[in-house]
Design a protein around this ligand. Sequence first.
Ligand SMILES: Nc1ncnc2c1ncn2[C@@H]1O[C@H](COP(=O)(O)OP(=O)(O)OP(=O)(O)O)[C@@H](O)[C@H]1O
Ligand SMILES: [Mg+2]
Length: 521
Amino acid sequence: MSDSYALEMRQITKRFPGTLANDRVDFTAREGEIHALLGENGAGKSTLMNVLTGLYHPDEGEIYINGRRFRFNSPGDAIAAGVGMVHQHFMLVPNQTVAENVILGLRDVPFRLNGRRIEENVQAISEQYGLPIDPRAKIWQLSVGEQQRVEIIKVLYRGAQILILDEPTAVLTPQETQGFFATLDEMRRQGKTIIFISHKLDEVLSIADRITVLRHGANVATVDAAGMTKPELASLMVGRPVLFHIDKPECKPGEPRLLLDGISALDNKGLTALNRLSLTVRSGEIVGVAGVAGNGQRELAEVICGLRATTGGVIDIGQNNVADAPPIVVINAGVAYVPEDRGAVGTAPNLSVAENMALKAYRKPPIGSGLFMDRRLMREQAAELIKRFDISTPGPLTPVRKLSGGNLQKVILAREISSNPRVIIAAYPTRGLDIGATENVRNILVDERSNGTAILLISEDLDEIFALSDRIAVLYEGEVAGVVPGEQADRDAVGLMMAGETPEAETAPAVTTPHTEAAPS
Ligand SMILES: Nc1ncnc2c1ncn2[C@@H]1O[C@H](COP(=O)(O)OP(=O)(O)OP(=O)(O)O)[C@@H](O)[C@H]1O
Ligand SMILES: [Mg+2]
């Protein structure tokens, strides 16, 4: 056995009914190394890491830490051996504070360790690793990026030497990602071993020391990051060369389908999140919302969908003002919503893929009529969607909690898009999807738009915004700082507006303020 590795996993095999999730995987990581783990949705990345953290028991294989063999029967065993994981779906208690969450589940919190001491300890870790957080804030008040910091602090608090981060940057803005990478660097400097799962190849190439690629559960390569290229990684993952391509026919906008007029709303902390925001989305167009996260994106999506109260303004979706109407009214008016938080808002974990797909349709014919549901039809439609969205699942009757993160995301997209909506609010629709699935979803959104659906696309990925949008609205401090046509949009000008600056006239000829935006006819 080798003792030069901080971690060595040998010939790990993990089967689920109908699925070989890990197929004799060898995986090693060194002290002071950032090791990226790549692979398509469902390739087995999370499963391998869940084996490492004692959540799953491998059917075969061995785990060595610093040369010593371990058999984990629970996450507690792994933590005791210095292995900690930040999961793809956070596991925090919303009503409790940051500090309370950090000590939650700890086996031996000294009986007298008082709240204040814990807060101080949390504060110390937060400063040491550059993870700014208020230990007394309640989880529900925090942004997704802040919640992630709590999860990382939780793992560090337990003294982890090996940290596993499952798609940590999927939920971060580019700015937050920079801060997060500084934290990773600091951990590396302090000799921690970091296993980093990501679908973002540029990031992986910039931060990782080594890279392991899984395909269909097997390790197809472990390489040094230096000298690798994006296309090389992509073809290792997919097993063939990947083209990054979107076919986007000309935009032929029709009648306005979503009109926001002077909308204001508060965020969870009671501060102004939307400030008299006005925006129009017409049939047959994609309006991209660009902006640094935290400038009102989340609240914008929520007020439209009836999930957040407004403090002023009007929302028109083809009928009277629906501001503050309950979600069911908005749904019935033909609005589909792909939410930011898939776990809590998006799906019912114990229901099957087919049931989750029918969650919106069950009240309506043909699936629902009166008290009865046509289960056979539901299954058939699910099977079709599974095919169209290339969802990897043993079948339509599998509970969605057994799906990989990316495939869960596809279930939500399939449900929302198949509801034949007039308007789609898509918040970060390709987050967590692998490169192939991302391409597929983008093409589906463009198809929907070309068929006349009005699409509001919220994304922090500027490449995505530029690739898909017919018009781009830049959000800054809850206001639309400007709207530019997607075609000739000037990236620098958009970047400046995102930072709250006004681009000079000659660099951004196409900028209009929301008030001068051509009245849709
Ligand atoms: N608890 C479970 N029960 C049954 N099958 C499971 C379970 N967890 C994972 N699987 C299956 O194992 C395979 C690997 O899933 P895993 O979550 O490891 O993929 P992943 O590489 O993390 O994908 P993603 O990028 O989408 O997160 C998938 O086919 C998935 O459906
Ligand atoms: Mg995963």
